[in-house]
Ligand binder design. Structure first.
Ligand code: GLA
Length: 386
C-alpha cells in the first residue's frame, strides 16, 4: 500500500486527515539466535517492510485502535491503558502506552490510531516488535518525551513481556528501532553497545524463505527455553559465579559443564555458548569479506538450533537442508525464535531462480505447505514519514 493510499484509508476510517505517519521495520537475524536473553550478541538487519501508524489527536479522553489487517476496532478510556485485554493485537500498542504511563509520563489527550503492516504475520520477522516500536516512536514524538532509540526498544520489549507474556530478549525491538540501510547491527545484548556493519554483498542476495508454518512464540516453548537457560546458569553458579551463559568461552564451558546436571539445560547452554562464538566469528568473517566462512557459520548455527536448542522442526529443517543442496547457496539457517517462521540464506544471484524452484518443490513435497520467498532489502530503523 502506498503512503497516499494509507492516508486515504485513514480518512475513510476517521473522517479526517491523519496528523502524523510513523513507520518501524521488521527484522531478519543473520546469526546469533537465542543469545540475546543470555547476554550474548546478535547480528540482525532491519527490513524494508514493517508497520505503519497514522494518528491524530481526537480532542477526547479515549484512544481508538484500528488496523487495516484486523477486523476489530477498540476504544479505551485514558484510564484503561494499563491493563492487558483478552487476546487481541491491540495488546502490542496498548502495552507501549502502559509503559509510558509506568515511566511517569502523563497521557492527557486521546488519539485516533490506524495501523497497517506488511510484515508477514507469524513469520518470525518481528511483526509484533515493529508494532511495538512504531507505537513507542509515535508516542515519543507526540508527547515530546525525548527517549533515545535504545529506550524505545526497551519500552517495546517490556510491552511484549507484560502484555503478550513472551519473555523475549531485546534483539527484535532494538533492530526495529536502530536499523540502518544496508547494515547489520552487531549488538551486545548485555551492554546494549552496538556497531553497524555494512552488508555490501557483491553478487549475493539475502533470501528469506517463509515456511508458512506459523511460529508460535506465545505457545510457551520460548519461555521454556528462557527458563532452561536460567536453570543452567543456576547450576553453573555452584562452581563459578556468573550472570549469563554468554560470559563463558567454549573452553571455559567445557571445563565446568558437568555442573549442569539437567540434561536438557545442558544442551541449551551448549548451544548458547557455541552460538556466541559463531556470532563473533561471523561478524569478523563478514568484515574480512569471507562469505564462505560466514555461510559455514550460518549452517552450523542451524544445526545447533536443531540438535541442542530444539527450536526447528520438520518445516525449518527441510527448508534449510534443501537449501544446503543448491549450488550457489553460501549458507542457510532458521532465523528468529523458531518453531516455524522463516529461514535466511545467502544466495549467489545466478542461483536465486534455481533455489526458489528446487527448494520450493522439495519443501512442498515433504511438508505439504506452499512456501514463499522474499529478497531482503535492508532498510532504516523507525522514523516519522509525515
Ligand atoms: C525472538 C525473540 C528475540 C530472540 C529470538 C531468538 O525473536 O523476540 O528476543 O530471542 O526470538 O534469537
Amino acid at each position: 500500500m502506498t503512503l497516499q493510499e494509507l492516508k486515504a484509508a485513514y480518512v475513510s476510517a476517521y473522517g479526517k486527515e491523519a496528523e502524523a505517519v510513523y513507520f518501524a521495520p521488521g527484522r531478519v537475524n543473520l546469526i546469533g539466535e537465542h543469545t540475546d536473553y543470555n547476554g550474548g550478541s546478535v547480528f540482525p538487519c532491519a527490513l524494508s517492510f514493517g508497520t505503519y501508524l497514522l494518528l491524530s489527536k481526537n480532542g477526547g479522553k479515549s484512544v481508538k485502535f484500528r488496523s487495516l489487517n484486523q477486523p476489530e476496532v477498540t476504544e479505551l478510556g485514558l484510564d484503561q491503558l494499563t491493563t492487558p485485554l483478552d487476546k487481541t493485537w491491540v495488546n502490542y500498542p496498548l502495552g507501549v502506552f502502559a509503559q509510558y504511563i509506568k515511566r511517569g509520563v502523563a497521557i492527557t489527550e486521546g488519539y485516533d490510531i490506524l495501523i497497517w503492516g506488511d510484515v508477514p504475520n507469524g513469520a518470525g520477522l518481528s511483526s509484533s516488535a515493529s508494532l511495538e516500536v512504531v507505537t513507542a516512536f509515535a508516542l515519543n514524538d507526540q508527547l515530546g518525551t525525548g527517549f533515545n532509540r535504545t529506550v524505545l526498544a526497551q519500552i517495546g520489549q517490556k510491552a511484549e513481556h507484560e502484555f503478550a507474556f513472551v519473555n523475549c530478549g531485546i534483539m527484535d525491538q532494538f533492530a526495529s528501532a536502530n536499523g540502518a540501510k544496508d547494515s547489520a547491527i552487531h549488538l551486545n545484548c548485555d551492554t546494549l553497545e552496538f556497531e553497524l556493519v555494512p552488508v555490501k554483498l557483491e553478487g549475493v542476495k539475502i533470501l528469506i524463505s517463509n515456511t508458512h508454518s506459523p511460529h508460535k512464540l506465545d505457545s510457551g516453548a520460548y519461555n521454556q527455553r528462557v527458563a532452561e537457560c536460567k536453570l543452567a546458569v543456576e547450576q553453573l553458579n555452584k562452581v563459578r559465579p556468573l550472570k549469563y551463559l554468554a560470559e563463558l568461552t567454549e573452553a571455559e564451558f567445557k571445563s565446568i559443564e558437568s555442573a549442569i546436571t539437567d540434561p536438557v539445560a545442558h544442551k541449551r547452554a551448549r548451544h548458547v555458548v557455541g552460538e556466541v562464538q559463531r556470532t563473533s566469528d561471523a561478524v569478523k568473517a563478514l568484515k574480512a569479506g569471507d562469505l564462505v566462512k560466514f555461510g559455514q557459520l550460518m549452517n552450523a548455527s542451524h544445526a545447533s538450533l536443531r540438535d541442542d536448542y530444539e527450536v526447528t522442526g520438520l518445516q525449518l529443517d527441510t527448508m534449510a537442508e534443501e537449501a544446503w543442496k543448491v549450488e550457489g547457496v553460501i549458507g542457510s539457517r532458521m532465523t528468529g525464535g523458531g518453531f516455524g517462521g522463516c529461514t535466511v540464506s545467502l544466495v549467489k544471484d545466478e542461483a536465486i531462480d534455481t533455489f526458489i524452484a528446487q527448494v520450493g518443490k522439495a519443501y512442498e513435497a515433504k511438508t505439504g505447505l506452499k512456501p514463499e520467498f522474499y529478497i531482503a532489502e535492508i532498510g532504516d530503523g523507525a522514523c516519522k514519514l509525515n
